[in-house]
Design a binder for this molecule. Structure first.
Ligand code: SF4
Length: 437
């Protein structure tokens, strides 16, 4: 049984957060199922949309955990282990918290699961399970198996069912607040062969694709090969890529022709000084308006990510950012308090400066929290201002002023993101499903 745990409702309400339907067909569990040896019977359990059956007759339970689902993952693991069921754990949380995870599991996969997960299952079956498993080199993304979507229950997904497709791992950049590069072993950026991605899209049968990669464009030439190959498929796709490609007319034209519906970009800040301190100087704040023009001209729906709380951010950054976004009629934005997570360069810096606060609980809960001492304001002010930004940006007045009447799929996509984020803005414990793949 492979289980994807949900989060708790909030820091104060320790009930599992359940939702009616998933907005995307995730890749994690069907892919792990495909990695399992072929003679194993596999069941998938999505804790967010169904109940975990602790009495199911299973030999091994495998749980994949992120930081924000880790406590629920431990609760599930402990319940199965109390019944003497072998529990394996892995996922992004294992990379920087393997020792903690080992307190709740019989075997922990640290980093990438290719070759490791099947070996763990075989070791569990033959009674020679080790405590930790970890690859010593980067997994090849060539020839990886097709996710077993047939094991998912279609009733758990919205009718248009966008499919999450793996396209790459890692990132060529090293922004100081981001652990993407170190998550799977600091191997830089790797992408899958275009023809294999295309084959997988054909097999999933979906018309909407979300490319699961923190950085869709690591090798621009290869990404453009993939885009050419997508054109005949007539799919609509969404992805995350760097704002610099919003300035590349050839890239954007091809992306649009190949079906680009929505792009999410890590703008992070409108201040170049802050971008420089984040080691993100390749973002050029003076070019944002040109980039927005490029996206608007092509009717591409887009959203921007912001990280607030850098040492160069003072009390003026919040209103200036919202003003900029409203003036530019930006369709959607995500405002995040800087979270100095383990594995990031900013974590190392703030730890050395003794500025981390309540580190063990960082990112364990949905909601807006601060876990470090900002330089130019208090932590309370930082959280209050970020929440205020969300409420202002997703107020009905702001939405009416920024968004076009929905005539196209791109307009509809922008309205959809706004309505979801409006819920998050006015109910801070709510989580966006954006990252739940
Ligand atoms: S924030 Fe984006 S560009 Fe920067 S390292 Fe992370 S994935 Fe790469």
């Amino acid at each position: 049984m492979i289980i994807q745990p949900t989060t708790y409702i909030s820091r104060d309400d320790r009930r599992p957060r359940k939702i009616g339907k998933r907005k995307m067909v995730g890749a994690v569990m069907p892919y792990l199922a495909a990695l399992a040896p072929p003679d194993w019977d596999v069941t998938l359990v999505d804790d967010a949309v169904e109940e975990v059956n602790y009495s199911a007759p299973v030999d091994v339970v495998a749980i994949t955990a992120r930081m924000v689902t880790s406590l629920r993952a431990y609760e599930i693991a402990d319940a199965f282990r109390a019944r003497n069921v072998t529990v394996l754990m892995g996922g992004p949380h294992a990379t920087f918290y393997s020792e903690e995870m080992a307190e709740h599991a019989d075997g922990v996969c640290v980093g990438e699961a290719e070759e490791i997960f099947p070996r763990m299952l075989e070791d569990a079956a033959s009674g020679r399970l080790q405590q930790f498993y970890q690859r010593t080199e980067a997994a090849s993304l060539k020839g990886i198996p097709t996710p077993r979507w047939n094991l998912l229950n279609p009733k758990h997904y919205v009718f248009y069912r966008p499919f999450v497709i793996q396209q790459s791992r890692g990132c060529p950049y090293t922004c100081d607040f981001c652990a993407e590069r170190r998550l799977n072993g600091d191997y830089g950026y790797r992408d899958r062969p275009a023809e294999e991605v295309v084959e997988e899209i054909k097999k999933c049968g979906g018309r909407h694709i979300f490319f699961a990669a923190s950085q869709f464009v690591g090798h621009p030439g290869r990404t453009m090969e993939l885009l050419e190959a997508l054109i005949p498929l007539k799919v609509r796709w969404s992805a995350l890529f760097s704002p610099r490609f919003g300035l590349d007319a050839n890239f954007l034209d091809l992306a649009k022709r190949s079906g680009l519906l929505h792009v999410n970009m890590g703008i992070e800040s409108i201040s170049q000084a802050t971008l420089n301190t984040m080691h993100k100087q390749f973002n050029k704040s003076h070019s944002y308006e040109d980039m927005i023009d490029n996206l608007n001209k092509r009717n591409i729906s887009y959203s921007f990510n912001f990280v607030l709380g850098a040492d160069t951010d003072d009390g003026s950054v919040f209103s200036a950012t919202v003003e900029f976004l409203q003036k530019q009629k930006v369709p959607a934005a995500y405002f995040n308090v800087l979270a100095p997570l383990r594995g990031t360069p900013i974590y190392d810096q703030l730890k050395a400066e003794d500025r981390l606060i309540d580190e063990p609980n960082m990112d364990r809960w949905p909601g807006v929290f601060y876990h470090f001492r900002p330089l130019l304001m208090s932590g309370e002010e930082l959280v209050a201002q970020v929440q205020k930004m969300q409420r202002e940006f997703y107020s009905l007045r702001s939405m009416a002023q920024r968004l076009r009447f929905p005539r196209t799929q791109a307009d509809l996509a922008s309205w959809n993101v706004n309505l979801t984020q409006r819920k998050v803005a006015f109910h801070p414990d709510t989580m966006s499903e954006f990252s739940e793949f």
